[in-house]
Design a protein around this ligand. Structure first.
Ligand code: SF4
Length: 269
């Protein structure tokens, strides 16, 4: 029997996944051409449950924090404290809470898992192999992210499409079937220059490391400043020569960056 995608293979899409895809496509259609305040407020208004915004205090996250906080939207702010962040990040965390009168909920790695990992790999074992690096990211970021998003209906992120080639196909709203939610990135079509100009014009606090060439800022031992002509994410895990470097937060079960999927015909309105 045809599955609606031009193939006779039976569809493996569950009704729950189809509903998520339909909701993501509807949000994309409704707010894809809107400005960011209308996108954020519209997406939050369409939520059927908790909306969580995960921030790592990068430029885009700070701009999105500004939009959410100044509109006083019912959004939970969350961050992943890996224990290996730059001192500037902790200072910006406090400054952001004070500037906007918000509390940003921290999520930490499971101490027993992390203790075992460090015992087995060393405190900086992530340099030794890609597996060790991914294991560290899984423990310090991916597992805590799962707890931060547990029970959420919509996940807001500060992703931009032009941050790297791997992020080029990301849409405003996507179905995240593995987590059972819709992931929305209201700054998806912004450039870095536009985000920077907005931050300067609106007195948005930003990380002083950006002015020193640190564009995408993650954990301190795994981030360096980029050189002229390098891609924005070239400073992350720079010792790994791979075009698609991600920590796993935005990666699907197939190991690729999570992509929007077309809504099955039967799920379209
Ligand atoms: S970015 Fe580096 S220190 Fe941070 S979790 Fe990943 S491997 Fe570990």
């Amino acid at each position: 029997m045809a599955n609606g995608f031009g193939s006779d293979e039976p569809s493996t899409t569950t009704p729950a996944e189809a509903l998520l895809m339909h909701r993501a496509a509807a949000l994309d259609a409704a707010f894809g051409k809107a400005d960011v305040p209308a996108r954020v407020s519209g997406i939050v208004a369409e939520a059927n449950g908790r909306v969580v915004f995960t921030t790592s205090f990068g430029l885009e996250d700070q701009v999105l924090t500004h939009f959410i906080a100044t509109a006083k939207l019912p959004v939970t702010f969350a961050t992943l404290d890996t224990g290996r962040l730059f001192p500037e990040v902790y200072a910006l965390w406090q400054e952001t809470e004070e500037r906007y009168g918000i509390l940003i909920r921290p999520y930490y790695p499971r101490h027993d898992t992390l203790e075992l990992h460090v015992r087995q790999n060393g405190i900086n074992g992530f340099y030794a192999s890609r597996d060790a690096r991914k294991s560290c990211c899984d423990i310090r970021k991916v597992e805590p992210l799962g707890r931060a998003l547990a029970g959420a209906d919509i996940w807001l992120t500060g992703l931009r499409a032009d941050q790297s080639a791997a992020r080029g196909g990301v849409k405003l709203a996507e179905a995240d079937a593995a987590r059972g939610l819709v992931k929305a990135s209201p700054l998806i079509d912004w450039s870095r220059e536009r985000a920077l100009a907005f931050a300067q014009q609106n007195d948005v606090p930003v990380n002083p490391l950006h002015a020193q060439g640190f564009v995408s800022i993650g954990c301190q031992p795994c981030t360096r400043a980029i050189r002229p002509g390098e891609s924005e994410r070239a400073g992350r895990w720079w010792w790994e020569d791979d075009a698609a470097k991600e920590c796993g937060l935005h990666v699907g079960q197939d190991g690729k960056l999570a992509r929007a999927q077309a809504a099955p015909a039967e799920a379209r309105a």
